[in-house]
Ligand binder design. Structure first.
Ligand code: GLU
Length: 277
């Protein structure tokens, strides 16, 4: 049993990250489970080495502790690849050579299945197109096929408990034909996160509302891979004075800038409407 905070080492932590980390910390304290840190660093083109340390320094400054060393996804690429292989064997992941432009055009005329607001679905290529894609040497991605997932799951759709919303039925169509891996990369965020949450025995996933749709896919992948489903809590996103969601490039809201301007861990918690650590 555990909770986790899972940033990507691509920039400094800002107030939004602090909110997520502190909420996880509070739940860890009140339910007496470990608080884990996980570096989600599979996108080598965006990761910068200095941010592993800077993230850990900022979390320690806030007063948080976790078992060390923190897990780094980049050290487990083989297991993510194996998970993707399983999904490919099930027919749930298929190779697709469509470019971004092809996808945008196809999405315009693609059917929308599943619940309202679900992303559009791409037509699945024929077996001979798939064989060409695999063997002609060009780049391709592994895409999720919600139709196959839906058939495999049958009438018994997996469910999850969502804080504040109750029991939810996972909708395999919610993210449409989303990418699960690339020819030249082990797997996408979705596959890694589902594997790691099981591997690290995460019992409650606490993360931003922006990932609420992804949760539907994650619960479907857990059912297909025979992994346990944690409970989920999606928290509000912290915005700037103009109401715009904070991004890594908003230096003014980084914990370091706030600290330099005189903020303390207690004032950060107060700014976020949370109890001090
Ligand atoms: N690595 C993701 C992010 O930084 C968080 C993923 C998660 O909590 O599931 O947005």
């Amino acid at each position: 049993m555990a909770v986790r905070f899972a940033p990507s080492p691509t920039g400094d932590l800002h107030l939004g990250h602090a909110y997520s980390a502190l909420l996880n910390w509070q739940v860890a304290q009140t339910t007496h489970v470990p608080f884990l840190l996980r570096h989600e660093d599979i996108d080598a083109s965006r990761v910068r080495a200095q941010f592993y340390t800077r993230i850990e320094e900022d979390l320690a400054w806030l007063g948080l502790e976790w078992p060390k060393p923190a897990r780094r996804q980049s050290g487990h690429l083989d297991v993510y690849r194996a998970r993707l292989d399983t999904l490919a064997t099930l027919g749930v992941a298929y190779p697709c050579a469509k470019t971004r432009k092809d996808v945008a055009e196809a999405a315009d005329s693609a059917p929308q299945l599943g619940s309202e607001g679900a992303a559009p679905l791409l037509e699945r290529p024929s077996q001979s197109d798939i064989a060409d894609t695999l063997h002609n040497g060009a780049a391709y991605a592994w895409r999720f096929d919600p139709r196959v997932a839906s058939d495999l799951l049958g009438a018994q759709r997996p469910v999850f408990e969502e804080y504040g919303r109750g029991t939810m039925t996972a909708d395999p169509f919610r993210l449409g034909s989303v990418i699960l891996g690339r020819k030249d990369a082990p797997a996408s965020y979705h596959v890694c996160v589902v594997h790691d949450d099981a591997e690290q025995a995460i019992t409650e996933v606490i993360r931003g509302e922006d990932l609420a749709n992804s949760t539907h896919l994650h619960v479907v992948l857990q059912a297909l891979l025979g992994l346990p489903t944690p409970t989920y809590r999606h928290h509000r996103l912290i915005t700037d004075a103009q109401g715009k969601r904070l991004a890594k490039r908003d230096d003014a809201a980084s914990l370091r800038s706030l600290k330099d301007a005189g903020a303390t861990p207690a004032s950060i918690a107060a700014m976020l409407g949370l109890d001090p650590v």
